[in-house]
Design a protein. Structure first.
Length: 188
């Protein structure tokens, strides 16, 4: 049985212009269970760049919250377009279990095609494949690192308190959107 106050960080990127370059805001909402917001972390990643893993690691490893955390929840494995997160490395270097969640099943053929317009498309594709099998769990599509399906289901049951989106991810999405545009977005 999972403790009600288990600490999780939900991480999502903010809105960004589809054209051009630049940095994209990333917010991390630290929660106890699905109801108590404990803190906020932020960083930036390069749009369609290669620094997402390094930036998330710096944000987490330098945080006062790290010793309390048990799980990382990611809204997908790419931030700022196709700045792909090395989920294996993030898991290994933080020693935290990772649950990647998305609302809709990704069209991997379309993703692979889109990667062809960026630098090192095969390396990006390798990172996507290494993130693991995409599995339907509780109205979401998830990838697991360091945990089994039963544990992921328990975590989602505990943290999905206001919608079918885990509260740490929902809050990170709202915060990132609000910080970038001045108000939180519609989807959450």
């Amino acid at each position: 049985m999972m403790k009600q106050g288990v600490r999780t960080i939900g991480i999502d990127d903010g809105p960004f212009a589809r054209s051009g370059r630049g940095n994209v805001l990333v917010a991390g909402a630290v929660y106890r269970g699905g109801s108590i917001f404990d803190g906020l972390l932020t960083t930036t990643v390069r749009k369609d760049g290669w620094n997402a893993t390094d930036r998330l690691l710096s944000m987490l490893l330098e945080s006062k919250f790290l010793p309390q955390l048990h799980y990382i929840m990611l809204d997908g494995i790419a931030f700022g377009g196709f700045n792909i997160i090395d989920v294996d490395r993030l898991h290994r270097e933080t020693d935290l279990k990772i649950l990647v969640c998305v609302r809709r099943k990704p069209n991997l053929q379309a993703v692979r095609s889109a990667l062809q317009h960026l630098s090192r498309p095969e390396k990006r594709w390798q990172l996507i494949e290494a993130a693991g099998k995409i599995r339907p769990i509780a109205n979401l599509y998830c990838q697991l690192k360091g945990m089994e399906m039963d544990e992921a289901k328990q975590l989602l049951k505990l943290t999905c308190t206001r919608s079918h989106i885990p509260e740490p991810l929902r809050a990170a999405h709202l915060i990132a959107g609000g910080l970038v545009t001045g108000q939180s977005g519609r989807r959450a």
